[in-house]
Design a protein. Sequence first.
Length: 274
Amino acid sequence: MLLGSHLRRLREARGITREAAGYSIRASESKISRMELGRVSFKTRDVEDLLTLYGVSDEAERNALLSLAREANVAGWWHSYSDVLPSWFPTYVGLEGAASLIRAYEVQFVHGLLQTEAYAHAVVGRGMKGASPDDIERRVALRLERQKNLLSDGGPEFHVVLDEAALRRPYGDREVMRGQLQHLIEISERPNVRLQIMPFGFGGHAGESGAFTILSFPESDLSDVIFLEQLTSALYLDKAEDVTQYEKAMKELQQDSPGPDESRDLLRGLLQLS
């Protein structure tokens, strides 16, 4: 998906139609469209020919994009969980694993990267009514596996704003919620985690449209991607005007929420009340 969006920007910058691009690699306009949406695998020869057509002659840039093409064709570890995942979610897991900075706002529940195993069981069980215990276990295992990247050396920066509603809405029993609050206090001390709480008392704020995630990547020429989860699908936005709006909303949420220290105090207060 990242490679596809980059190829699309290169094509549009040169004013080349999808039809012309398809002709250059002996393919159809629809094949170019599927490539740019990240819905098909990439042949190295096709990417080389497109880069030449788009005027990319710098060896470093060509090699970086060809390397990305090779990586795009390798199945990630998360594909072994595809039997219990909706079709649109593996794309997100791959992007999350490649990101160097993850910024998120959550209102319904604690973000998946910050969930305890017990809390995750409660959330997944609620969302997968009628699923077998084995399927629920596998979905929870995937969530815990995702967290390993955040906790690893060289893990991504994670800046998250949790709405107070997510902390007061119970998933699981009292002990599950107490354990989750304690975990948030502890993990918020990590140097790569910036956790802020948007309190009820603030009133209306920039997150009024709901939860969203912004994924940024170490390659400076790759666009940020906005992830919006829906009931039966998801949206992935990377156009500059969309990214700008969501980054503005995130900046406002961070500015309007108490800082990390004050947010930990808020968490401690909720823990005492639970």
